[in-house]
Design a protein around this ligand. Structure first.
Ligand code: PXP
Length: 239
């Protein structure tokens, strides 16, 4: 099995918003990423709309031909938007205003009651839900109990490690969490901090993790060599 690539286009909007202009357009970027072989497009509609805005989300829903994964916090406002937009997948993430990017995984234990209602409401509108969690077996079990259809394993810790033995240890933790997720009937994807270097050892998990969600590394390379090449380079590494 080959790991598939979903591309997060948030930072095309970050660049656009830096000058409050219309360019570059995340919708064009999404289209080019799909043409280059991405199997999905991801965007995070944040409470402060610092990159993707409501208008982008509507246009992405109209134009994305693969699948659209909407990352969002578990708030009433976002639930309403998700139901209106009907993405192919909602990925629930923790969100703090002051953070630069999503920091940890969801605290499923504290958020249990709200997540059950959220997931059920999305399911009622035929929207599957993924929970962004640390690669911890207890959290994987809890995600299944709460009714999630997918889990996204947080690779932030993996991506920060430099020592070979620690990397191997984290890969083992990711493998165990992913294997359990699959046994429980969940679809298992992963993301955060993955890049053109750390993806090489990471793809040893392609028998248990079906897809990676990558934003920053691809958009950073795209700024220099173009998004078509940046996406194709990553797909080549995943082969
Ligand atoms: N997955 C989730 C849930 C995220 O919040 C992010 C960051 O927006 C990513 C994947 C992509 O992370 P990165 O930009 O580091 O590739």
């Amino acid at each position: 099995m080959r790991m598939q690539l979903a591309v997060n286009v948030d930072h095309i909007a970050t660049l656009r918003n830096a000058r409050k202009e219309r360019e570059p357009d995340p919708i064009t970027a999404a289209h080019l990423a799909e043409l280059a072989g991405a199997v999905g497009i991801v965007c995070h509609l944040r409470e402060d709309r610092r990159h993707i805005c409501d208008h982008d989300l509507r246009r992405l829903r109209e134009t994305v031909k693969t699948k659209l994964d909407l990352e969002m916090a578990a708030t009433e406002e976002m639930l309403h938007i998700a139901i209106q937009t009907k993405p192919d997948l909602v990925t629930l993430v923790p969100e703090r205003r002051e953070e630069l990017t999503t920091e940890g995984g969801l605290d499923l234990k504290t958020m249990r009651t709200i997540l059950v209602q959220f997931i059920a409401e999305l399911a009622r509108h035929e929207i599957p839900t993924s929970l962004f969690i640390e690669p911890d077996k207890d959290l994987v079990r809890l995600a299944a109990e709460l009714g999630a259809t997918h889990i996204e394993l947080h690779t932030g810790t993996y991506s920060r490690l430099r020592k070979a033995d620690e990397i191997q240890c984290e890969l083992k933790r990711l493998r165990e969490a992913a294997t359990l997720g699959r046994e429980l009937g969940l679809r298992v994807v992963a993301g955060h901090g993955l890049n053109y270097i750390n993806i090489i050892p990471f793809k040893s998990l392609s028998d248990v993790i079906e897809e990676v969600s990558i934003g920053h590394a691809i958009i950073a390379r795209a700024a220099l060599v173009g998004i078509d090449k940046a996406v194709r380079d990553m797909i080549q590494l995943l082969r």
